[in-house]
Every structure is written in structure tokens, then in C-alpha cells.
Ligand binder design. Structure first.
Ligand code: FES
Length: 105
């Protein structure tokens, strides 16, 4: 699967990911700016906030309890399409696009 990260300024970074990895892990491994992921994916930092593009939203299970709570503490206010990217697992053959917020802290 490929993941397209659109930065706040509109610049795009497209990387190949692996099924089973998260959108966050894929960003960190490839040095994609805009995702901090302080907690390393344990759902306790909210610095992996992304906005999932409409076409990609249905590829993931809906927001669940703790993620929903943590999304209330993001640096940039959440929107309807906000997710924590450590909770978004890639699957084979599904390409994903997300936008990263202006800041994570
Ligand atoms: Fe910390 Fe996602 S990496 S909540």
C-alpha cells in the first residue's frame, strides 16, 4: 500500500508502506514531517493526529473509545475526519491519503 501525506502547506510525501504497519509507523520510518508520535503508538500522546481524506476514511474501523478521548487533546482542534495515525493499520492494496495538521504540540 502507498500512503500519501499532505503537509499543512500542501506539499505531498508518498511512501510505500507495509500491511500491518500503522500510518504513524510508516511516517516515522520514512522521516515524513508532520507526525511526532511521542508515545510510540500507545495511544497516550495525540501527537500523531491526522485528517483522513474522504476516500480513505472507510478503509479504517471507526474511532474507538480511548482514541476518541485522546482526539479531544490534539494541538490542532479535531475535525470530523480526525484520527490518531497510530491506530490506522495499513492493509494490502489499499492506498491511503492523510493530511497532517499545522502542529502536533
Ligand atoms: Fe501517541 Fe499515536 S503515537 S497516540
Amino acid at each position: 500500500p502507498t500512503v500519501t501525506y499532505v503537509a499543512h502547506d500542501g506539499s505531498e510525501t508518498i511512501v510505500d508502506g507495509f500491511a500491518g504497519d500503522s500510518v504513524m509507523e510508516t511516517a516515522v520510518r520514512n522521516g515524513v514531517p508532520g507526525i511526532v508520535a511521542e508515545c510510540g503508538g500507545s495511544l497516550s500522546c495525540a501527537t500523531c493526529h491526522v485528517f483522513v481524506c474522504a476516500d480513505s476514511a472507510e478503509l479504517f474501523p471507526p474511532v474507538a473509545g480511548l482514541e476518541d478521548d485522546m482526539l479531544d487533546g490534539t494541538a490542532v482542534d479535531r475535525e470530523d475526519n480526525s484520527r490518531l495515525s497510530c491506530q490506522l493499520k495499513l492493509t494490502d492494496d489499499l492506498d491511503v491519503q492523510v493530511t497532517t495538521p499545522e502542529t502536533q504540540v
